[in-house]
Structures are given as C-alpha cells and as structure tokens.
Design a protein around this ligand. Structure first.
Ligand SMILES: NC(=O)c1ccc[n+]([C@@H]2O[C@H](COP(=O)([O-])OP(=O)(O)OC[C@H]3O[C@@H](n4cnc5c(N)ncnc54)[C@H](OP(=O)(O)O)[C@@H]3O)[C@@H](O)[C@H]2O)c1
Length: 257
C-alpha cells in the first residue's frame, strides 16, 4: 500500500534532504512550507503556515503519515514550534493520521535554551495528542555547524566557546534514519540519531579553518551560564547512538576541496 505522506518544512535543510528520500522510499508525497521550493516542478506542494493556520487542514486531509520538520530556529519558535505544532496535531487527529513523526533535537529536555525549551514543549504536545506518533531526536547537522562558523569566518580572530562538545551528523544520514520511521507504525520516542564522533567546538573550528585554507586565530570565548555549561557537560550528545558515518573532516572535504 502506498503511504500518503505530508512533509512540513519541506524547503528547509532537513526537508530538502527528506523530500527525495521519501519519494524513493515509495511515499506519495505532499510537501508543505510557506514559500514554494526553488526547484522540483514535479513535486506536489501546498502552501501552509503554522502560525496563521493557512492550508493546515487541506494539507493533512487523506494523509497517513506526517513528517513534521517545519521549525523556526531563528524566529518565533513559540508560535511556530509549539502553537503551530499543536494546530497541526489537532488537524492530524481530526484527519485520522496514523503516525505523526516529530523531528527534535538531542538534549532538548536538559539544555536550558529557549528554542530547545520550545522543542521540548512541542514533544510533550505530540505525546499528549490523540494522534499516534514517533519522536526522533537528532544532533546538529554538519551544515548547521558550518553555518555558525561561517558567521565568524571573515573576522581575523574567532572568539568561540571552544570547550563545548558537539556530535555533528550529515543531514542526509539523519534523513535516512527519519525516513525509516516514516511508516504507519507509530513507535513513540525512538533512540536518538547522532554523528560518528564527538569533538569540541575548538577542534571543529580548526578543521573548518584548515579546510577553507584560512589563516585565523581561534581564541576561547568564556561563555557563562547554564546553557553553555549543559553543552560542555555533553547534554547535547548521544555517544551510544553514532548512527551517522560521515565525519566532520569528510564532510568538509566534500564542501571545500
Ligand atoms: N539544523 C540542525 O542542525 C538540526 C539538528 C537536529 C534537529 N533539527 C530539527 O530538524 C527540523 C528541521 O530543521 P532545519 O534545520 O531543516 O530547519 P530550517 O532549515 O530552518 O527549515 C525550517 C522549515 O520550516 C518552514 N517554516 C518556517 N516557519 C514556518 C511556518 N510558520 N509555517 C510553516 N512552515 C514554516 C520553512 O519554510 P518557509 O519559511 O518557506 O515556511 C522551512 O521549510 C527542526 O525541527 C529542527 O529542530 C535540526
């Protein structure tokens, strides 16, 4: 039986990786976001806004599985990730969706950071909903770490929280693991998805600098507060769940060689 699947956040970093993989896995895919994808003329797409409710009910009608990857990491995450997810869940419950797959982040329940607190609130809304669900948490994508380092890259000196530890994963490998969960069998909270190695921000930044052949000085930025302490303590890691195989250096080589 072909699975009719709604992918929210279809134009995002993860959504762009999920789209072709869901189609290859045989899903009858409906992609959703506020603005249309740049490419993919063959893609069935619907305009959906989680904040004002546009398109939500139409998007979930006749859908078996929802893969919910829409998010506002840099925006109003309370409106999009919490209230928007609640709105989507309500419509999914009314439409009789079989499995609502929610993509979350490792450590959202431990790390006191507002975006993570909103992700955790969304997880709780998913669990409390009448819709059968699956919650899968991933660590940071390589591309996201590169984006953050890219922000300081022009400066001759990079002040960075060098002791923070991360376990970045290739977004394609994270997407593969999420596609495996996009079935009509809801599985609840499933084991986390992490990258192959745990490295400090200082170490990741040196490899990034070398891959781009930049001459920059990396200096330790002492970050006070509970959020940085939680990241340093490893609350954003899943050392037993090294699902990804592509290392940071391998990923960098693919980007900058
Ligand atoms: N990035 C990471 O390193 C990472 C790691 C682990 C887990 N995750 C999780 O993976 C998921 C996807 O992350 P990402 O990095 O792919 O995010 P992203 O690149 O910022 O993409 C966000 C997506 O959400 C859509 N969106 C934003 N506001 C919306 C709204 N009001 N209504 C409907 N759609 C909206 C965006 O499209 P429009 O703007 O066109 O609407 C876009 O398609 C998130 O839940 C995130 O927490 C991310």
């Amino acid at each position: 039986m072909t699975c009719r699947t709604l992918l929210t956040g279809a134009t995002g970093t993860l959504g762009t990786a999920l789209q072709p993989r869901l189609i290859d896995a045989g899903h009858d895919l409906l992609a959703a976001s506020r603005s249309p994808p740049d490419h993919g003329d063959d893609l069935e797409w619907i305009a959906m806004d989680l904040v004002d409710g546009t398109g939500i009910r139409e998007a979930v009608a006749d859908v078996d599985v929802v893969v919910h990857a829409a998010s506002a990491p840099q925006g109003d995450s309370e409106a999009v990730d919490v209230r928007g997810t609640e709105r989507l869940l309500e419509a999914a419950a009314d439409a009789g969706v079989s499995n609502f797959v929610y993509v979350s982040i490792v450590g959202v329940d431990e790390i006191p950071y507002s975006y993570y607190e909103h992700k955790f609130a969304a997880e709780r809304a998913v669990e409390a909903s009448a819709v059968p669900s699956t919650i899968v948490r991933a660590t940071q994508f390589h591309s996201f770490v590169a984006e953050l380092l890219g922000m300081v890259s022009r400066s001759p000196i990079w002040p960075l929280p060098t002791a923070i530890r991360l376990q970045p994963i290739d977004v394609g490998e994270a997407a593969d693991a999420i596609v495996d969960r996009a079935t009509t069998d809801p599985a609840g909270r499933v084991p986390d998805i992490g990258g192959p190695e745990i490295r400090t921000v200082g170490d990741l930044a040196r490899a990034y600098r070398d891959a781009r052949a930049l001459r920059r000085l990396i200096v330790r930025l002492p970050l006070p507060g509970e959020t940085a302490a939680a990241f340093r303590a490893g609350d954003g890691l899943c050392p037993d769940r090294t699902v990804g195989t592509v290392t940071w250096n391998e990923w960098l080589a693919g980007q900058f060689d």
